[in-house]
Ligand binder design. Structure first.
Ligand code: ZN
Length: 206
């Protein structure tokens, strides 16, 4: 199945647009908002502590409206976001929040895929049925933001080996993968199993 379109055709240059302090329930962070020149959704970085020359704890999180905002149990995004912020609050580091909903296919298509999943398809099959690849995410913007913040070496919080490759293509060095596992619950166990089996995610305890 071919990809119909990618949400980011070009690697736009990121530019700092606003900087503010953001106290959250997970801790107090410095928020830096960026424009990318491609689309209207602005990526942001939440930074804890000073970024020095050593390896920085980093999470690159892709927007999930249903998981992050509504607390959906169909995926693990909201739990991962909270766990990452709590760890960054403790150790210092950066969370980059990329506005690529539904692994890049957008909110509406993600919800259409949910509809298909109710008919028995898994998340990968549903994306294919809609004419999309499994994962259209592009980590170029995330890499540019990290470079802008002065990050060069990364301890990357992820279960997704693709993300390591995606960032290393931009001159960042991932010196360590820090697992980010959150407890599964009944509503997302099948989804997590599909991520593990079909998408190569490194998840234990399912
Ligand atoms: Zn999600």
């Amino acid at each position: 199945m071919t990809k119909l379109s990618s949400p980011k055709q070009i690697d736009a240059q990121v530019q700092r647009e606003a900087e503010t302090l953001l106290p959250t329930k997970h801790g107090d962070f410095r928020l830096i908002a960026y424009s990318t020149g491609a689309g209207s959704a602005q990526p942001i970085a939440l930074v804890k502590g000073e970024i020095g020359g050593g390896a920085v704890l980093v999470r690159v999180h892709s927007e999930c409206f249903t998981g992050d905002v509504l607390g959906s149990k169909k995926c693990d995004c909201g739990d991962q976001l909270a766990a990452a912020l709590e760890q960054i609050e403790k150790e210092g580091g950066v969370l980059v929040y990329l506005r690529q909903e539904g692994r890049g296919i957008g909110l509406l298509n993600k919800l259409r895929a949910y509809e298909l999943q109710e008919g028995g398809l898994d998340t990968v099959e549903a994306n294919h049925a809609l004419g999309f690849g499994v994962d259209l995410r592009d980590y170029g913007v995330g890499a540019q933001i990290l470079l802008d913040l002065g990050v060069r070496k990364i301890r990357l919080m992820t279960n997704n080996p693709e993300k390591i490759i995606g960032l290393e293509g931009y001159g960042l060095e991932v010196v360590e993968r820090v697992p980010l596992e959150v407890a599964p619950h009944e509503a997302n166990r099948d989804y997590l199993l599909t991520k593990q089996k079909k998408m190569g995610h490194l998840l234990g305890g399912l």
